[in-house]
Unconditional design. Structure first.
Length: 323
């Protein structure tokens, strides 16, 4: 037994706690997105999304401006091409597929399929070098799956699975964001000379440029009548979403992605579902039902089990300490 603790143990532990804390707060910000359609019920989802991404691009451009000259010098064509791809699959394509799935397949089916994100990313991450063995992650995956079934069972039983087109679109959205999360994590690991927040802001700038294309069908020829007060409220809402959900939420997600192994990062997404549900209960002025409470407890338990599996694996600990 060593007389003194190893310094790298503290480094690894601090880094893991930082990543988990960043993932939790990112989920708290992302969960606010689910309240936006209720706060702007008189605006179509396409307008809300296009406005959010345009505002994200504007806010990100202002915040990244002081670092622009330095970033332009360290980023090459490959990095800008990666930013364009990540912005498209993680924001624009993901939303278009998600919106279409909701329209033709229903909210319940779409939420259930998208809820598979933590499982999908964790399974991909389990194949990474030095990741814990899949059998060590099975208890956390089982908890997450059970929580997902519990939280979706009632709504799915009431509304069904919708059309095959909706199911395919929801599956496409699942693949789109899984690809984004995995690819973004790998780029963050590679770009040690670019901060997680700067990478998030650059993603926002590129997303804002791409959102101009989305804004054309969203706003052109709109027949909905809104007063100046309505548009002012809408501008305040999308501005808040851009700042808190996109800039801060995505920046914290990048911190978590850089600090945690991919398999554990995937589990952090359950906090978006958890906080979205809690905000929904507050909005409706009620406590969660017994089944909903069990679901939330299972989702959180899955994250705890995944964190313990990573801490118990010596290969992962050594890899984190050397990062």
């Amino acid at each position: 037994m060593d007389a003194f603790p190893h310094p790298e143990h503290h480094v690894t532990t601090d880094k893991t706690f930082l990543g988990i804390a960043a993932g939790i707060v990112a989920g708290a910000f992302w969960g606010l997105v689910f309240l936006a359609p209720k706060l702007a019920a008189d605006f179509p989802p396409l307008q809300l999304s296009a406005g959010r991404y345009l505002a994200y691009g504007i806010v990100a451009a202002v915040l990244v401006a002081p670092s622009w000259r330095r970033l332009r010098g360290v980023l090459g064509w490959r990095e800008w091409r990666a930013l364009a791809g990540l912005s498209f699959i993680g924001n624009i394509l993901y939303y278009v597929l998600l919106a279409r799935a909701v329209q033709v397949g229903g909210v319940a089916m779409t939420a259930f399929v998208i809820g598979l994100l933590p499982l999908a990313i964790t399974l991909v991450g389990s194949r990474e070098r030095h990741a814990p063995a899949l059998r060590a992650l099975l208890p956390s995956l089982a908890c997450s799956a059970a929580g997902l079934v519990c939280i979706s069972w009632q709504s799915l039983a009431a509304s069904g699975w919708g059309s095959m087109t909706g199911l395919l679109c929801a599956g496409g959205a699942l693949v789109s964001w899984t690809t984004y999360a995995v690819t973004n994590s790998r780029w963050l690991a590679r770009l040690t000379h670019v901060s997680a927040q700067d990478w998030s802001l650059l993603t926002g700038v590129v997303t804002g440029l791409q959102a101009i294309v989305l804004a054309v069908p969203a706003y052109y020829g709109s027949t909905l009548g809104h007063t100046n007060a309505d548009w002012l409220r809408f501008a305040g809402l999308i501005g808040a979403m851009a700042l808190f959900c996109s800039v801060l939420g995505n920046g914290l997600w990048n911190v978590a992605s850089r600090a945690l192994p991919l398999a554990l990062t995937g589990q952090m997404i359950v906090f978006e579902t958890t906080f979205a549900a809690l905000y929904g209960y507050l909005w409706e002025g009620r406590w969660p039902t017994a089944l909903e409470a069990i679901a939330l407890a299972l989702l959180v338990a899955g994250v705890v089990m995944s964190a313990r599996a990573h801490r118990a694996d010596p290969h992962v600990a050594r890899e984190e300490a050397s990062a």
